[in-house]
Design a protein around this ligand. Structure first.
Ligand code: UT7
Length: 328
């Protein structure tokens, strides 16, 4: 039997600065009531001018290592899921590798927006199951506050900053670990969530009527429609492939993008409220940080115990989506 990728440790880091709905009322034409009813968000954490993705990621990585009681020299690989790394290059994962002194580890960043942690966990799990690696650190981080237009009320209310991640290690003869994953994409929907500047098509921001935007553009309604279907579909597919049903799930930790999207997926699956993890009110949508931050808080609150089956699901710019089933 192939080894399984079992979670050994978990860590997180969020910026100290809190941006509340009341703060946003002073910036754009919005209200706490509108934001709460339409999204479930009350506040989010925002990086300061001198804080960037690697600062949060390194702190989360150190906590995960301590939690796993692991020496950084034992890490074979570090994967950082992000679309808002410190720089286009070098990768944020290399900055983490250096800060930890993980001198034996390879490192790379993986870009799958809000589904980044799902994709990175799936990649790490496959590399462990194949025998290529024994210990892999998988982190998700995004600092979307740096790319939000704080005059655009339809996007600036949604996003916050966070990093969190896990250490996955090879274990033989266990029923724990990453059980099954599904990864899906539809590039035809790329235009619905896009940041145009900073890549090889538009390296810089331009000026004038055809200016290339540096900030996030999002077609909220279209993204919402996609998300409601994608979330449920990915969960049904991963359960089906694992031969499980929603009744086998102990905790559902979905990407925290909008409370209404989460509730609609939970209803479709018939999951009761107590099996659905929600922290969107405190952090907003933290993109690749969202799912591991949910796992972190759920485990620290005692809602995830050894042997529990947890289903995670994410979706985002690409469009990409996917789900992981993990026995904790
Ligand atoms: O991580 C994945 C990426 N993103 C998502 O998952 C986001 C998915 N989409 C959403 O969560 C929702 O579409 C939003 C929260 C972004 C918007 O909610 P909605 O219920 O779809 O509102 P809407 O875009 O249909 O807009 C309804 C009204 C509009 O006014 P009119 O045209 O009806 O007069 C908007 O201009 O609400 C207005 N509006 C606001 N009003 C107060 C939009 N943003 C705001 C705001 N405050 N912040």
């Amino acid at each position: 039997m192939n080894p399984r990728a079992v979670i050994q440790g978990i860590g997180h880091s969020v910026p100290a600065k809190v941006l509340t709905n009341l703060d946003l009322e002073k910036l754009v034409d919005t209200t706490d009531e509108w934001i709460t009813q339409r999204t479930g968000i009350k506040e989010r954490r925002i990086c300061g001018p001198d804080e960037a993705a690697s600062d949060l990621t390194i702190a989360a990585a150190k906590e995960a290592l301590a939690d796993a009681s692991m020496d950084p020299m034992d890490l074979d690989l570090i994967i950082v899921a992000t679309v808002t790394g410190d720089y286009p290059f070098p990768s944020t994962s290399c900055m983490v590798q250096d800060a930890l002194g993980a001198k034996r580890a390879g490192s790379f960043d993986l870009g799958a927006a809000c589904a980044g942690f799902i994709y990175a966990t799936s990649t790490a799990s496959a590399m462990i199951e194949s025998g290529q690696c024994k210990n892999i650190m998988v982190l998700g981080v995004d600092v979307l506050s740096k790319f939000v237009d704080f005059t655009d009320r339809s996007t600036c209310i949604l996003f916050g900053d966070a990093a969190a991640g896990v250490i996955l290690s090879a274990e033989e003869n266990t029923d724990r670990g990453v059980l099954k994953t599904v990864l899906l994409s539809d590039g035809s929907g790329g235009k619905h969530i896009i940041r145009q500047a900073g890549g090889s098509r538009n390296p810089s921001v331009t000026e004038g009527p055809d200016a290339v935007r540096n900030s996030i553009f999002m077609n909220g309604a279209e993204t919402y429609r996609f998300a409601v279907g994608a979330l449920g579909d990915a969960c049904c597919k991963v359960l089906d492939e694992a031969g499980l049903t929603p009744a086998d799930i102990d905790l559902f930790v979905p990407h925290q993008a909008n409370i209404r999207i989460i509730e609609s997926a939970a209803n479709r699956l018939g999951l009761p409220e107590e099996k659905v993890f929600i922290n969107i009110h405190k952090y907003g949508n933290t993109s690749a940080g969202s799912i591991p931050l949910g796992l972190y808080e759920a485990s620290k609150q005692g809602r995830l115990k050894k042997g529990d089956v947890v289903m995670t699901v994410g979706f985002g710019a690409g469009l990409v989506w996917g789900a992981n089933l993990i026995r904790w």
